[in-house]
Design a binder for this molecule. Structure first.
Ligand code: ZN
Ligand code: ZN
Length: 368
């Protein structure tokens, strides 16, 4: 069964949520949420116009002529009804709801403001905002989803191995970024999980540096943060290497500290622990080495159909880790204008601890 195979169970779990809240139907328009609930493959892209409408008795997917053929093929032999909307998609949905006598619908809290206003005006009944119901279901992956995440992580590992073979001084950041992208896409990645970050030398102190034309110099530190996407599911991994020379004492000291924090974070992961305690395990270790002030971002985040999703792994998170969540552990130390190191792994949460999906080596690699 593919990652979308559990659509019926997801819709049933979702129905219980919105019915408890007094809504007679739920209108879902977020692309990842629609993909999750329908389980449709080869239908959704970031540009898609579509709407999922779920009532206690039906489940519908509305779309336009650009997607109708793919949607009908995906819906074959399922309980999904596909409706073609030639004019305004949301107006059509609202008119159907009004005609059916629906008085209250629920929408996602993440819905864009203009869309919310349009639907509130057009629909004759009441609109209530749901509190991340679909996102909470998405936070716990089933076997098909976990398998897709693992395959995305394996392809990401393979891309790292490939790029290690070509890295040398003189190559530009953009060349490395494109090499990662071409490798992943020609080996089955469905687009990318996100635009790769390739930050060399002083650029590495910016955690989310944009890729530049800068040429990698002898002795540069190089941080690469990237991920493939397989069957809709993202991977996310960061590795930091030294190019053209052996590491300096400072580079090695920072690297070993970040690696220790990464391992401490991984060791704290298991079902039932507070996500903030996992963050603290890594953060406290860096603080003990007087590097705490150089680790500004949160330790990690959930990953799935979207690159950043629930649960949050930060010092303020209220989330408890659950079996089947997929999260990152990504401590970093950034010395402004000089160097940065981040080491990030993708892991699945299990009773006994973290099942590490990122298998690329983490001992400091010096490419000479
Ligand atoms: Zn990342
Ligand atoms: Zn990440």
């Amino acid at each position: 069964m593919g990652p979308g195979g559990n659509s019926a169970a997801r819709v049933q779990a979702f129905r219980e949520h919105f019915e408890a809240d007094g809504a007679q139907a739920a209108l879902i328009t977020d692309v990842a949420n629609m993909r999750y609930l329908t389980g449709f493959d080869h239908v959704f892209d970031p540009m898609i116009a579509g709407a999922v409408l779920i009532s206690p008795v039906y489940q519908r997917f509305y779309t336009d002529t650009r997607y109708i053929e793919a949607a009908q093929a995906a819906a074959k032999d399922t309980s999904w009804e596909v409706r073609l909307q030639r004019e305004s998609l949301y107006a059509g949905v609202c008119d159907d709801l009004t005609a059916e006598g629906v008085e209250t619908i629920a929408m996602e809290s993440s819905v864009p403001h203009a869309r919310f206003v349009f639907i509130s005006d057009r629909f004759s009944g009441r609109v209530v905002v749901s509190d991340q119901w679909v996102e909470r279901l998405r936070a716990v992956k089933d076997a098909g989803e976990l398998d897709a995440c693992a395959r995305a992580a394996a392809l990401t590992d393979a891309a790292f191995d490939h790029v290690l073979g070509i890295l040398r001084p003189g190559l530009r950041e953009i060349d490395v970024s494109l090499a990662l992208e071409v490798f992943m896409r020609t080996n089955g990645s469905e687009g990318l999980a996100f635009d790769p970050i390739v930050a060399s030398g002083p650029n590495s102190s910016r955690p989310h540096a944009g890729v530049t034309m800068r040429e990698i110099e002898v002795g540069d530190i190089l941080t690469m943060d990237f991920g493939a996407r397989v069957d809709g599911y993202c991977a996310d991994m960061t590795r930091t290497v030294i190019v053209g020379a052996a590491a300096t004492d400072e580079q090695r000291r920072i690297y070993e500290a970040v690696l220790a924090a990464n391992l401490a974070g991984l060791a704290a992961v298991r079902t039932g622990v507070r996500a903030r305690d996992v963050d603290a395990a890594a953060r406290d270790l860096l603080a003990g080495m007087r590097l705490g002030e150089y680790f500004g971002h949160s330790l990690g985040h959930g990953v799935g159909l979207f690159i950043h999703e629930e649960p949050r792994v930060s010092s303020t998170s209220e989330d408890i880790l659950r079996t089947g969540s997929v999260i990152t552990i990504e401590p970093g130390v950034y010395l402004e204008g000089r160097l940065g190191v981040r080491i990030e792994d993708l892991v699945a949460v299990e009773e006994g601890g973290a099942r590490i999906l990122s298998r690329s080596p983490k001992d400091l690699i010096e490419i000479v």
